[in-house]
Ligand binder design. Structure first.
Ligand code: BGC
Length: 834
């Protein structure tokens, strides 16, 4: 194993101090890159390639790789997703969600996770790991927030740099993604993220810049969406100018899968490699554009040069990528996965110190809810990793960690099975089922090509079409009919589709996933009165690729059954496990999620916390959810994100006090969605998402608007308490050092994160009240004090001046605020900058 240190954090326990030069992660330095030897070899290879060979290197093999040029011993490059596991080549270690990694605030651990993923990749012969993702958590509904590193560009940068260095230290290229403005899933294939230049430079670009300049990332993936009206795959401003010219990126830009729209645009806009295949980089067409002079040969050479440079610099030409000395089921990787879950789980509420559970008093524990016996390890989509070992559920982990003195009981969760085949439709004109109208386009437009009666909506056409009459891969269907509720009450309606689906009851839309996506399931509750007949309309479209749709409706079962009610009163403590998972409510790629927990869960929690005051809620989600109806009455709240294959053991270790929680929120949790920065500008309209809040994302917004969040950025409880004291700043040349004491004032050992925020000096532009510019995770024994130093420099104080396209650090008096969260500032010291 070739494990180099990934981050310049120096822990000198012997001297009793922690020194973290965190700001170095963002200092402007030339991109670490290439050497004369590498360049020489690249040029030699390039000069030997024929035009056809060069063109074959510009697009993927239709799947997860590039083409080989056997004649010159240029291998095919093997890719794999991604940030939480090497998922594309068989089962692998399933790590916690990347947002859980961000919640550790542990840059060394981020490096260790990168190393572990790099090893997993080498064990499978993977050359390029398609991660980490580093888009910003702009709003809690973002379907892929769990794959990213939170709302703050500085935290995301530091964690991403460690990750990239870790992966690459193992001889695997990292791929930073999605560049840029892919902060939501809705409309991701065609909408424009409209972001002003200063916000782009101060909030959205920094993690990418840091990974290029400090992490030495070798590859980058463009986003699907447009940025300010231009598709990111052909956006010369961000690819050619900012990334390659201003930042000095020497590596290779690849497209997100199927994100290309124009040959000339991509070729001249800076896209080096089209994935997964030649949708636009078609050899014949490129040749004709070369002939007409619309594409230059030098541009093609430059794209190929970049791919070759990655291969030569990473030594892909010099050794087999598969390293069989690394086990496929690697205990070292599992240990890292556990550690990330243990450090990243955030304890948000602990009323009356119910946690850690005292097994002298608590014997009978009821573990319930949709995620009690089902191990939910990751969010959905292209990052989802099938674990190579059995995953651990919360109920199983609580039983194992609780040991002999504890009895764990569960009551099955009554969700909806979505059996389209069982749904009942009223017979109209003697016709049972639904009237189906099929169109040969995705818009339900024009003359239908087929009408028939379908008994159910329960189809999986895979890559085929519904019938011979439907010729194209792009088609749409409308089903119409009637339903009758046998009893007055709540009914569940669910649709599962790839691509868009929507459902109307009595003309009112109750479900909508009307955009291009992979399989997405949505469920909702509708109250229906007995015996009334209701109009039902289900609509579906496929825009190409795989096609499936299932619709079902059924009576909702009571949320609290008699059995559960009895057990709730009887239990010494209740662990209610809720959140997003495919059968409940999807959180993942291709669609944004609801802020309210999936159907039924909110009402379920409300009833559970009312029935037993000793309820601990364990939540699986990539960020905040609406907690208003149950939080005040829950005894404790543990945010477990998606904890990976063995992360529920870490959760149970925290519940029983075998581990002291130390995770801190990497996003602000709002009390009401209306309080959030993106409210009113999410998901956007007319195919545009205006990032109207500008710089004021996350805590910056809550500070500016003076809104009290439910839980602030940086917040997380421990079983002990900490203080920060004796802060001072020292200036030396272009650097400043902030030093302070961190003390564990409680009775047990624990870790916290000292967070260093900078309040700006007067500036000609509006600036956020304070911004994170350094941090240090500190582990302390009970009663222990340690002196911590955090390095700052001009970049820590700077803002981006649009007119001059440069960073400015005005002279003046800054303040350094050191705290245990963005709202728990313990010390403030002046920092004069001349
Ligand atoms: C995702 C990427 C992923 C790629 C390859 C795309 O749909 O957006 O993040 O790396 O697929 O699976």
């Amino acid at each position: 194993m070739n494990h180099r240190p990934c981050f310049s954090a120096v822990r000198d326990i012997a001297l009793g101090c922690v020194i973290v030069f965190a700001s170095q992660a963002l200092a402007a330095e030339p991109a670490p890159a290439t050497t004369p030897e590498v360049e020489k070899r690249v040029e030699s290879l390039l000069s030997q390639l024929t035009l056809d060979e060069e063109l074959s290197l510009l697009y993927g093999d239709g799947n997860m790789g590039t083409h080989a040029v056997d004649r010159l011993k240029i291998p095919a490059i093997k890719f794999s997703d991604a940030s939480v596991g090497v998922r594309c080549w068989g089962p692998s270690t399933a790590y916690p969600a990347t947002v859980a990694l961000a919640a550790t605030w542990d840059a060394e651990l981020s490096g260790a996770m990168g190393v572990a993923l790099g090893r997993d990749a080498r064990a499978r012969g993977v050359h390029v790991l398609l991660g980490p993702g580093m888009n910003i958590a702009r709003q809690p509904q973002g379907g892929r927030n769990f794959e990213y590193l939170g709302e703050d560009p500085y935290l995301a940068s530091v964690m991403a740099v460690g990750f990239v260095k870790g992966v690459q230290s193992q001889g695997v290229a990292a791929c930073i993604k999605h560049f840029i403005g892919n902060e939501q899933e809705e409309g991701r294939n065609s909408w424009s993220s409209d972001i002003d230049p200063r916000t782009l430079h101060e909030i959205y670009l920094p993690p990418f810049k840091a990974c290029v300049q400090q992490g030495g990332a070798w590859t980058l993936m463009n986003a699907y969406n447009k940025l300010n009206g231009v598709y990111c795959s052909e956006n010369a401003l961000i690819l050619n100018q900012i990334l390659k010219t201003e930042w000095g990126f020497n590596g290779m830009v690849m497209s997100d899968w199927g994100s290309t729209h124009s040959l000339i645009g991509c070729m001249n806009g800076g896209l080096d490699l089209e994935m997964p295949k030649d949708d636009v980089y078609k050899t014949v067409e490129i040749k004709s554009l070369l002939a007409s002079g619309e594409i230059q040969k030098a541009t093609i050479d430059e794209h190929v040069r970049r791919l070759l440079r990655v291969m030569v610099a990473m030594k892909f030409l010099d050794r087999p990528q598969q390293d069989d000395s690394i086990p496929k089921v690697d205990l070292a990787s599992a240990a890292v996965a556990y550690k990330v879950a243990a450090e990243g789980t955030v304890l948000l509420k602990n009323a009356g110190h119910i946690l850690p559970l005292d097994t002298a008093r608590i014997h009978k524990i009821l573990v319930i809810g949709p995620h009690a016996v089902k191990a939910v390890t990751g969010g959905e989509g292209s990052s989802y990793t099938k674990s190579n070992v059995p995953s651990v559920s919360v109920a199983a982990a609580v039983a194992a960690v609780g040991g002999k003195g504890v009895t764990v009981e569960t009551v099955p969760w009554e969700g909806m099975t979505l059996s389209g085949a069982k749904s009942v439709y009223e017979a109209i004109d003697g016709q049972v089922g639904l009237k189906a109208t099929y169109f040969d386009n995705k818009y339900l437009r024009g003359e239908p090509v087929l009408t028939r009666q379908d008994a159910q909506v329960d189809f999986n056409w895979k890559s085929g079409t519904p019938a011979a009459e439907v010729k194209g891969k792009s088609f749409s269907v409308r089903w119409e009919g009637k339903i009758k509720a046998p009893k007055t009450g709540d009914y569940l309606f669910a649709i599962n589709s790839d691509d868009g689906g929507r459902v109307f009851v009595d003309g009112k839309e109750v479900l909508n996933t009307w955009w291009d996506h992979e399989t997405v399931r949505r469920t909702t509750r509708v109250s229906l009165a007995a015996d009334a007949v209701h109009d039902l309309r289900v609509e579906y479209f496929n825009s190409g690729g795989l096609a499936e749709v299932q619709f079902g409706w059924e009576a909702a079962k009571p949320l609290i059954s008699d059995e559960l009610a009895a057990k709730l009163t009887d239990a010494d403590a209740v662990i209610a496990c809720v959140g997003y998972s495919p059968s409940e409510g999807y959180e993942g790629e291709g669609s944004d999620r609801t802020w309210l927990l999936p159907p039924g869960q909110d009402a379920f929690l409300k009833a559970v916390v009312a029935a037993n005051a000793k309820t601990i809620v364990v939540l699986n989600a990539g960020g905040s959810v609406d907690m208003r109806s149950w939080l005040d009455h829950a005894a404790a709240l543990v945010h477990a994100w998606y904890p990976g294959e063995n992360g529920n053991t870490a959760v149970a270790d925290i519940l029983f006090g075998k581990r002291n929680p130390s995770g801190k929120l990497p996003t602000t949790f709002e009390k009401r969605w209306e309080d959030a920065a993106a409210f009113g500008n999410f998901p956007g309209r007319d195919q545009h998402v205006t990032f109207a809040e500008g710089l004021f994302v996350g805590y910056r917004w809550f500070d500016q608007k003076k809104i009290e969040p439910a839980f602030p950025f940086g917040f997380g409880l421990s079983y002990t308490t900490f203080t920060i004291s004796r802060a001072e700043t020292k200036r030396e040349g272009g650097k400043a050092t902030v030093s302070f004491d961190v003390t564990n004032t409680g009775a047990v050992a624990g870790a916290t994160v000292a967070q260093v925020y900078v309040r700006p000096a007067p500036a000609p532009v509006e600036r956020p009240d304070h911004e994170l510019k350094g941090f240090a995770r500190v582990e302390l024994a009970a009663g222990e004090t340690r002196r911590v130093s955090v390095g700052l420099d001009a970049t820590s104080l700077a803002y981006f001046e649009v007119g001059s396209n440069s960073w400015k650090t005005p002279a003046g008096r800054y303040q350094v605020a050191i705290g245990l969260s963005s709202r728990e500032i313990e010390q403030t010291v002046d920092l004069d900058w001349k």
